[in-house]
Design a protein around this ligand. Structure first.
Ligand code: AMP
Ligand code: MG
Length: 407
């Protein structure tokens, strides 16, 4: 057993895991599939927006001079010569002394210099009575005033948001070049594990890490290749890896890395060969037993089996590395400081991550549930991780502490 001074620090293990996971080459994907991904190239507008001069209001296209005297008590009457709904593809010409009824987004007739909104008229169909004059160009959207063809409208490194996607669609683009999602294989180990739907025998439990980590991977922006489970049998574990690894960019395992017997992940990957996984103890609570390296060239991170340890380890080590490899700039959870509402203890020499409830209204944080690593219920309703550093053994109510905001 190594002494505490030989434990790997949290920061060192974060660096090791971050170094394993690298970005995939850029790919072109359908714009709908680009949501949340990072652009690998600038996007240049192939056309202008608006593409043509059009009306900003439902109303009447007229010549400014023809309605120069129009007012509440001095109405001007004009015959309505054309009806121009949005989508009309020919562009009629407006003759002086006439009006065209026009809808929002419809092309401006040649010769028209202003739009009178329907609200300033009687809404007539054959003739229209206009009770307000307008300046030239009023209520007209000019071609190119939003986007000029040839300009850079989205930049490499930018996350594709719904609005960015909308702009790409408006420009008639069908694909965007992005940094693709990391593909993760999530393998749960344990002979005691059973799938929901199967009645439990004494000593068995329902598998939960697979569902939880697969969700965490997706939540981080990654893609789940598969989330199989396997018993504590080295050959079965190896076969499961072999069957599912496919194009995975990362293998994530849970369980089988502690100090007991039947530690299947350690037994299968700790003996060299095609594995470079190094099993270490990290100065952290929960989540001390960890491993990282590669299996047959695929990066692998082996997390402990206790559900709280597994998810906290994912948050601390894997999530930031995955997000960085997808080119995202906000790879970390937001860190805040908050006032602790109670006295807490923490093991000296280890960084402790307690589940907490952060209350933004009064800027406080309260530890939530026991620090032990099997308490899923508390984890499920916590909204932050409360981080107590390696040098802290006791912290008093009223102290300012750091939290990782999970909201
Ligand atoms: P291990 O790290 O394999 O020694 O497992 C530590 C604890 O976590 C044991 O109580 C396991 O039953 C539990 N555990 C391991 N893997 C899972 C899983 N996939 N789902 C739920 N509990 C698990
Ligand atoms: Mg196990």
């Amino acid at each position: 057993m190594r002494s505490r001074s030989e434990l790997r620090s949290v920061d060192e293990h974060r660096r090791v895991v971050a170094g394993l996971i690298t970005a995939r080459p850029a790919v072109s994907v359908a714009i709908a599939d680009a949501l949340g991904l990072v652009l690998a190239e600038d996007v240049t507008a192939p056309l202008s927006l608006p593409g043509f001069d059009n009306s900003a209001m439902d109303g009447y296209a007229v010549l400014t001079e023809d309605i120069a005297t129009a007012g509440a008590d001095t109405p001007v009457r004009l015959p309505v010569a054309e009806d121009i709904p949005a989508g009309r593809t020919d562009i009629p010409t407006l003759a002086p002394g006439t009006a065209h009824r026009i809808m929002t987004g419809a092309p401006l007739p040649t010769g028209a210099t202003t739009i009178v909104p329907v609200e300033s008229t009687d809404g007539g169909v054959d003739t229209v009575t206009i009770r307000e004059s307008k300046r030239p160009g009023q209520h007209i959207r000019r071609a190119g005033e939003d986007v000029t063809a040839g300009t850079t409208v989205l930049q490499a490194g930018q996350v594709v948001t719904p609005a960015a996607l909308g702009l790409a669609a408006a420009l008639g683009l069908r694909e965007l070049v992005v940094i693709p999602r990391q593909r993760v294989l999530v393998v749960s180990t344990g002979t005691e594990l059973v799938t929901a739907g199967t009645p439990l025998q004494p000593g068995q439990i329902y598998e939960s890490n697979g569902a939880m980590l697969a969700a965490a991977v997706r939540d981080a922006g990654g893609e789940v290749v598969a989330s199989p489970m396997t018993g504590d049998d080295v050959d079965a574990f190896r076969q499961t890896l072999h069957d599912h690894v496919g194009n995975a960019d990362l293998i994530l395992t849970t369980g089988g890395v502690s100090a007991g017997a039947y530690e299947v992940v350690k037994d299968a990957l700790g003996q060299g060969g095609e594995s470079t996984v190094e099993f270490v103890k990290v100065a952290m609570q929960p989540g001390m037993p960890q491993g990282a390296g590669s299996v047959d060239g695929t990066p692998a991170v082996t997390l402990p089996g206790n559900p709280v340890s597994a998810l906290v380890s994912f948050e601390v080590f894997v999530r930031p590395a995955l997000r960085a490899a997808m080119g995202l700039s906000d790879v970390e959870r937001p860190r805040r400081t908050a006032t602790l509402t109670e006295d807490l203890t923490s093991p000296r020499g280890k960084r402790q991550f307690r589940r907490g409830v952060f209350d933004p209204a009064d800027d406080t944080v309260t530890g939530y549930g026991p620090p032990a690593s099997h308490h899923l219920r508390w984890l499920a309703s916590a909204n932050c991780l409360l981080e107590l550093d390696e040098d802290t053994a006791e912290v008093a109510a009223g102290s300012r502490v750091q939290v990782w905001d999970l909201r």
